[in-house]
Design a protein around this ligand. Structure first.
Ligand code: F0G
Length: 458
């Protein structure tokens, strides 16, 4: 078959989107202080800002929404949700939260103390921020290959195991209340983590008596990469790969807005009954009663159905090929694409695309703004505007390793013509790439500044 991918679904509901003129987009971006987060969604033609909560739900999920039981305590919907988590992820206990960062906040405020460290292959912005606001130290230890956007390796999201061990020995296990691993590694270009690396990371944490939690927002996409990139797993069903991945961990935090294919939700799942009472007390203060957390019964139903749909192999085959196809059209447009393409997004090397703009002037943000002006396509920076900070241990000023622009793809939303259009917009933009200027921050809040920063051209 010569068709690059086939959608294993058809469209039942559509949403009208508006085409804008370049002048309208210029006005919208100026009003947004050059920050695409501040542009109204209505003024965006193709929205690749995030794959989080932007998914199209299925007919079965909408049916679940109607089934939602809104009992305050012990709703039927909670038990269906719990069963899905137990069956698919293999964790005995689960507490719902309104989204992923609330799950992180719940876990960290229960287990982590000021001054302690939490290693990860790479923390996402919210996990990093959740620790920083508590005065704790998020530590990133992804393999160094992840910082090269061109080498093609199957699992560039892996934890650097030697560095992990050395770090634990240096600060002492008593200063590490839990260890983490993020699958897929969103901050490192959406690259997957291999099964061997998950197992070995767990072995290292456990050999020091450190509980091991995974950040599993994109667990199904990671499992699919294990199936197609690790020959040992080519004949293993994804559902078994997922169970093996989880079997090494003591628990997980999840933003259901990603691989549970819903619009809102999250949870913490775990095995230790003693942890349940501690987390539950904290949950009731922060989110809600144990059986709904921050969610409605109907949301729990949609997650329960979505978790099953996310591990459907026809869907995952399409999902990976769809993302890879966007990588291909962007490469053909002359944009340096991070290779190999990730599961949920294509990452572009903004530093390489605009070599005349130094890292300190946020080349990936400048590239994203230019793409919005050219085609009404919205993307997001995963670079120094997002991650620049002073190391809490050494005080060193740190920029991001790569200035990436992320094209995150909402699940089951955009067609191949949309992707081709993005390629054409990118080609158009690259014709005048040298005229794009660097940016400086006019104003920004101290934490998670990229969401609200106001920028100006230099
Ligand atoms: N962990 C990872 C790896 C994430 O990518 C995200 C969210 C979170 C945790 C937090 O989840 O948004 O439900 O609170 N990532 C989104 C993104 C926002 O665009 O990548 P949340």
């Amino acid at each position: 078959m010569t068709i690059p991918f086939m959608e294993p679904f058809r469209i039942k509901v559509v949403e009208k989107v508006k085409m804008t003129t370049r002048e309208e987009r210029q006005a919208a971006l100026a009003k947004a202080q050059l920050n695409l987060f501040n542009v109204p969604g209505e003024d965006v033609y193709i929205d690749l800002l995030t794959d989080s909560g932007t998914n199209a739900m299925s007919d079965e999920q909408w049916a679940g929404i109607m089934r939602g039981d809104e009992a305050y305590a012990g709703a039927k919907s909670y038990f269906r949700f719990e069963k899905a988590v137990q069956e698919i992820l293999g964790f005995e206990f689960v507490l719902p939260t309104h989204q992923g960062r609330a799950a992180e906040g719940l876990l960290f405020t229960t287990l982590v103390k000021r001054g302690q460290s939490v290693p990860n292959n790479r923390h996402f912005d919210t996990t990093q921020a959740n620790l920083l606001v508590m005065g704790a130290n998020p530590v990133d230890l992804t393999v160094v290959e992840s910082e090269d956007s061109q080498i093609e390796l199957p699992f560039k999201g892996n934890m650097d195991l030697a560095q992990l061990k050395a770090f634990i020995e240096k600060v002492g296990a008593e200063n590490i209340p839990l260890g983490m691993l993020t699958v897929t590694n969103n901050s490192a270009a959406g690259q997957p983590v291999s099964m061997d690396n998950i197992r070995e990371t767990a072995e290292i944490y456990h050999s020091f008596g450190i509980p091991f939690f995974m950040d599993i927002c994109r667990f199904a996409e990671n499992a699919w990469f294990i199936k197609i990139r690790d020959p040992k797993y080519k004949d293993t069903p994804v559902k078994d790969i997922v169970l093996e991945m989880m079997s090494y961990a003591d628990g997980a935090t999840m933003s259901a807005k990603k691989d549970a294919i819903v619009n809102m939700g999250g949870f913490v799942a775990f095995r230790d009954p003693e942890l349940k009472s501690k987390l539950a007390a904290n949950l009731i203060v922060r989110e809600g009663f144990l059986t709904y957390g921050g969610l409605s019964g109907r949301d729990l139903e949609a997650i329960a159905v979505g978790l099953h749909e996310a591990i459907d192999e026809e869907y995952l085959n399409y999902r990976e090929a769809h993302t890879r196809y966007l990588g291909k059209v962007l490469s053909e447009a002359g944009i340096p694409v991070y290779m190999p393409t990730g599961g949920h997004a294509v990452y572009v090397d903004g530093g390489k695309a605009l070599p005349h703009i130094p890292k300190s002037q946020y080349p990936a943000v400048a590239l994203g703004n230019a793409l919005y002006l050219t085609g009404g396509v919205r993307t997001t920076e995963i670079g120094s505007l997002m991650f620049e900070h002073n190391d809490p241990l050494t005080g060193e000023h740190l920029l991001a390793p790569l200035e990436l622009l992320r094209f995150a793809i909402p699940r089951r939303v955009y067609t191949r013509s949309h992707l081709d259009y993005i390629g054409e917009s990118a080609a158009e933009l690259m014709k005048n790439a040298e005229s794009i200027r660097g940016l400086r921050v006019k104003w920004a809040p101290p934490v998670l500044r990229h969401f609200m920063a106001q920028l100006e051209e230099i």
